[in-house]
Design a protein around this ligand. Structure first.
Ligand code: DER
Length: 241
């Protein structure tokens, strides 16, 4: 099975297994979440699901959902969601995540902390023993004095040894540079990607230090948020825990 077919399997399964009529559903961002949004649109169209409202986690997910006729609301009217479904860049054994490869981490976290269930959908390549080396940690920062904030972030004790790089080009393409200008998120901020040679020893501590750094809007460590991870691997689909 191709990686796209694996992503489609878990995206569809998440909607089939966790979404029922009448729910408020958070829609993630990225190439795996794309399939969950597609499945939700299908089931609404064929009448399997009714009375669903959804909250997108990025402008591009909003546009995809609108094209599928999925009724959309925002956190302003719906601060409590039944379920949110999203991908991840890395999943550690404690189900802590690195997210933000697609530049949507702030809206994703805002939505996903409000969901009764947060279902993560990944292909097996995202599983890791420790967060960091497998995918750079995105940190969303203000544009004002970004170099100052980047220096402060890189010097945080829990992030020792990281190399910080301002994300250039499109915010959505992760650390793959596709332009010379700084990437700007849906929220008008910059993103710094932190590259690690060794795993982050204490992700919750690192998350706290990042949030306490003035100039940091939010970061891609999603700790203690995951309800379940649906994983598509070569031997089929399985769920953790
Ligand atoms: O940017 C994000 O947080 C995405 O959800 C990312 O973590 C996963 O994107 P992918 O499904 O395209 O790998």
């Amino acid at each position: 099975l191709s990686q796209d077919e694996l992503k489609k399997m878990v995206g569809y399964k998440a909607v089939d297994d966790y979404v029922t009529s009448g729910m408020v559903v958070g829609l993630g961002t990225g190439s795996t979440a794309y399939f969950a949004v597609e499945r939700l649109g299908q089931l609404l169209k064929d009448g399997t699901l009714k009375d669903i409202v959804a909250i997108p986690t990025s402008i591009r997910t909003k546009e995809q959902a609108e094209s599928l006729g999925i009724p959309l609301v925002t956190l302003d009217t719906h601060s409590k969601l039944d379920v949110a479904i999203d991908g991840a860049d890395e999943v550690d054994p404690a189900l802590n995540l690195v997210k933000g490869g697609g530049g949507a981490l702030l809206r994703e976290k805002m939505v996903e902390v409000c969901a009764d269930k947060f279902i993560v959908i990944v292909d097996e390549s995202k599983l890791c023993d420790g967060l960091g080396p497998g995918f750079p940690l995105p940190v969303e920062i203000t544009q004002f004095c970004w170099e100052h904030t980047m220096r402060k972030v890189a010097a945080l004790p829990s992030l020792a040894g990281c190399e910080a790089k301002l994300r250039l080009g499109s915010a959505a393409t992760g650390s793959k540079v596709d332009g010379e200008d700084p990437a700007v998120t849906d929220n008008g901020n910059y993103i710094v990607d932190l590259f690690f040679k060794e795993p982050i020893k204490d992700p919750p501590k690192a998350a706290e230090e990042l949030k306490n750094t003035v100039g940091v809007v939010d970061h891609g460590l999603f700790c203690g948020m995951t309800t379940s991870v649906i994983i598509a691997g070569k031997d089929g689909v399985y769920t953790k825990p």
